[in-house]
Design a protein around this ligand. Structure first.
Ligand code: AMP
Ligand code: GLY
Length: 415
């Protein structure tokens, strides 16, 4: 089977790595891919136009397409492929609105009774400011549109909240914000695959969204992940019953058949799990930590989703643990330095995987090309062993200026 992976980050490198293990695969393509993916797949130059890619896939006879990032989903890549009768793993444009608009997602949650933070939506700056004055801090201000995980301000002062609201609402392009009640508790990611009827949760994971150790510094796309996150007993079932099932069934009742991955970003509050956000795709870096533990064939899984046969498949997992540490370029997230050299060891240490993200190959070797540069995944029989191996993997990379957290997994650590 000819398979195409769309995207160019660490998540997509992990998808290629997993797809490459399938006996169903005959040829793997990536659009646009990265130097790590190029070792597994033929990389196709791509400018982001979903219709041109659908046309190319049609001509090339691509039999299955796996979509990594949100931008093409929100642009309607699934619709463009399906209009040509091509199989694609990822929700339609309409379904991807669960990620494309936070205001849309919050309204859905209210309609379907999904637990989430209390909120209000604003497009007028004066209305927003007077609401913030009355509500006070701490409070959370979110850009309603796509912002690569960086459009959220958890404001500890009123001043900060007002500044965030003004930044979004008084720009040239009129935006929209969601103002939310501040929630507290451990944060976890529950991903699930669904064909619009059957839901199969993946192993729970935990991202680390702040740049610096101890959850300090600015918000990023994610600096590391662990899997499985040790959820309290019964919690995964509760999330499925109170969050995933109402979402999938509610969408279906409104005529939207959601096929692909649902990402539920959750806060485990004293009142139970509450949704911080939905995404319409695998998390990055959660995917890099989760996929190495999945025993089930990824292509088989994607086909079952696309063809509405997910009820036939149960997911098999390795009873191990996984830790992903992200190595970023200095200057990330504001202004990552490009062109800095890095070198991977010729042979990875035991139970270490390297998934490349923002890298570029030059005649002299790899150089940085984006913010998050490299994902180092350690696998082990316990979380402690996986952690040790991940950091052994980090130490084996020559990238002296790399920015990475030393405390990935510490919050969930159970020796
Ligand atoms: P989001 O993109 O909506 O998931 O927000 C990014 C990050 O901001 C989350 O991962 C949380 O760490 C934090 N956050 C979002 N919403 C809230 C909230 N209501 N209360 C506290 N922290 C939040
Ligand atoms: N790791 C957060 C995300 O993928 O949105």
């Amino acid at each position: 089977m000819k398979v195409l992976v769309v995207g160019s980050g660490g998540r997509e490198h992990a998808l290629c790595w997993k797809a490459a293990q399938s006996p169903l695969l005959t040829q793997l393509y990536a659009a646009p891919g990265n130097p790590g993916m190029a070792e597994l797949a033929e990389c196709i130059p791509w400018d982001g136009d979903v219709h041109r890619l659908a046309e190319w896939a049609d001509q090339e006879g691509i039999e299955l397409t796996l979509v990594g990032p949100e931008a093409p989903l929100v642009e309607g890549i699934a619709d463009a492929f399906m209009a040509r009768g091509l199989r694609i793993f990822g929700p339609t444009q309409q379904a991807a609105m669960i990620e494309g608009s936070k205001a849309f997602a919050k309204d859905l949650m209210a309609r379907f009774g999904i637990p989430t933070a209390r909120y209000k939506t604003f497009s007028d700056v004066l209305d927003a400011l007077s609401y913030l004055e009355a509500a006070g801090a701490p409070i959370v201000v979110k850009d309603s549109g796509l912002a690569a995980g960086k459009g959220v301000t958890v404001a500890t002062s009123l001043q900060q909240a007002k500044q965030a609201a003004m930044n979004i609402l008084s720009g040239a392009e009129r935006g929209e914000i969601v103002v939310e009640e501040f929630l507290q508790g451990p944060e976890v990611t529950v991903l699930a695959v669904t064909d619009g009827v059957t839901i199969r949760p993946l192993l729970p994971s935990q991202d680390h969204k702040r740049l610096l150790d101890g959850d300090a510094g600015p918000m990023t796309g994610g600096m590391g992940a662990i899997c499985p996150y040790p959820l309290p007993p019964g919690m995964l079932e509760e999330v499925e019953a109170r969050v995933l099932r109402p979402l999938v069934q509610g969408l279906r009742a409104e005529g939207i058949v959601y096929k692909g991955v649902i990402y539920a970003g959750l806060m485990l509050t004293e009142e139970g799990p509450k949704v911080l956000e939905f995404n319409a795709r695998f998390g990055d870096p959660e995917c890099q930590a989760i996929l190495p533990l999945l025993r089930t064939d990824l292509i088989e899984l994607a086909l079952a989703v696309v063809e509405g046969r997910l009820h036939e498949l149960s997911l098999e997992w390795q009873p191990r643990a996984s830790v992903c540490v992200v190595m970023a370029a200095p200057g990330y997230p504001q202004d990552p330095h490009k062109g800095l050299p890095l070198r991977l060891p010729s042979r990875p240490p035991q139970d270490v995987l390297y998934f490349q993200a923002g890298t570029r190959r030059t005649p002299q070797g790899l150089v940085t090309q984006g913010g998050r540069v490299l994902n180092v995944v350690g696998l082990g029989d316990t979380l402690a062993q996986a952690l040790e191996r991940a950091y052994t993997g980090v130490a084996a990379v020559e990238f002296p200026q790399a920015l990475y957290r030393r405390d990935i997994g510490q919050k969930a650590y159970r020796p």
